[in-house]
Design a protein around this ligand. Structure first.
Ligand SMILES: [Zn+2]
Length: 326
């Protein structure tokens, strides 16, 4: 699953399309029904942790009220709206934009459950995108097969959603789950890449009497933090993954939070510049000091167990007799 820095990069790729109208749709998503996005306007995009949010409106104007967005010049869509209103007027329908809107919004919603709610017909205008293991966003090109599958086919991956915009470009979303919501679930204080990230809240969570490698992956406190960041920051702060937060000194806890912010910020910068992020411990056999690296699966009881790499020499465990070695 892409971690915070990757999803921030997707957000960076999507942002130039804000203010444009969807003129053609495609994609294999059954749940979303891509044609529903036809002729909607992309009015905003936000990122929170590992989730990307896109706001669509049926009208170019709607998104510009009260959200601080800069005014946009008269777009093609607005001209189309006026043309449509004129046509409706000729057909005997009361003229004016209201009439046109009324027609557009009159989509029967009776039998459709909330999952099938059409964005133009209800208040759910935010498309929430959660990425799978190989989830990605492509701009103006499609992802191509990198190798043949087991049957020897070179079949290109199928995008879940393709959006062609009035400006001539397109976005293709791969390996992701999408759903409509009325507002983005944004809590910047827990987002490790947000300026509003709240260190105090993060430190308090880390200080709990549980292995710090569990807390780091808890999206309530470290939104956007994934397995690569977890392994790297534990190594850099010289903390054993199974150390109990309550046994760590404030200096250790502070160092962990510092490394979370520093590593993920650097990773994002590297991504935006097209550079690879270098890892020191993740999937390594030796740490940078030349010690052999240990690997095991750790996770809360009954929870998701994640592969974890650590150096027993550089990362001593606190307390020395860990919870898994009574
Ligand atoms: Zn080492």
């Amino acid at each position: 699953m892409p971690e915070g820095p990757s999803v921030r990069k997707f957000h960076h790729l999507v942002s130039p399309f804000v203010g444009q109208q969807v003129v053609k749709t495609g994609g294999s998503s059954k749940k979303l029904h891509p044609p529903d996005l036809q002729s909607l306007w992309l009015q905003d995009t936000q990122v929170h942790g590992k989730k990307l949010f896109l706001r669509f409106d049926p009208d170019e104007e709607l998104g510009l009220h009260g959200d601080g967005a800069p005014p946009k010049s008269l777009g093609k869509g607005e001209i189309l709206q006026k043309e449509k209103a004129a046509v409706l007027g000729q057909a005997g329908v009361p003229s004016g934009q209201e009439a046109s809107h009324g027609t557009e919004l009159a989509i029967p919603g009776g039998d459709e459950g909330p999952g099938a709610c059409r964005p133009a017909a209800c208040a759910e205008r935010w498309l929430q995108v959660s990425f799978g293991l190989f989830g990605s966003v492509w701009v103006n090109e499609f992802s191509r097969a990198k190798k043949a599958n087991k049957r020897g086919d070179w079949r290109d991956p199928a995008p879940r959603l393709v959006l062609h915009f009035g400006g001539g470009g397109f976005l293709a979303f791969y390996n992701c789950q999408m759903s409509w919501s009325s507002s983005p679930v944004v809590r910047p204080t827990s987002d490790i890449l947000s300026e509003k990230f709240h260190r105090g809240q993060a430190l308090e969570a880390l200080g709990k009497s549980q292995p710090v490698c569990y807390t780091l992956l808890d999206q309530r406190y470290f939104s956007g933090l994934g397995n690569i960041i977890k392994n790297e920051v534990l190594y850099r702060a010289r903390v054993h993954p199974l150390s109990l937060g309550s046994f760590l000194s404030p200096t250790h806890l502070e160092a962990l939070v510092d490394h979370v912010v520093e590593f993920s910020t650097n990773w994002l910068q590297d991504k935006l510049q097209g550079k690879q992020q270098h890892t020191q411990i993740y999937q390594k056999e030796q740490c940078p000091a030349g010690h052999p690296v240990m690997k095991d699966e750790f996770g809360p009881p009954g929870g998701f167990q994640r592969l974890t790499w650590w150096c027993p020499q550089c990362q001593p465990q606190f307390p020395p007799e860990g919870p898994h070695q009574p």
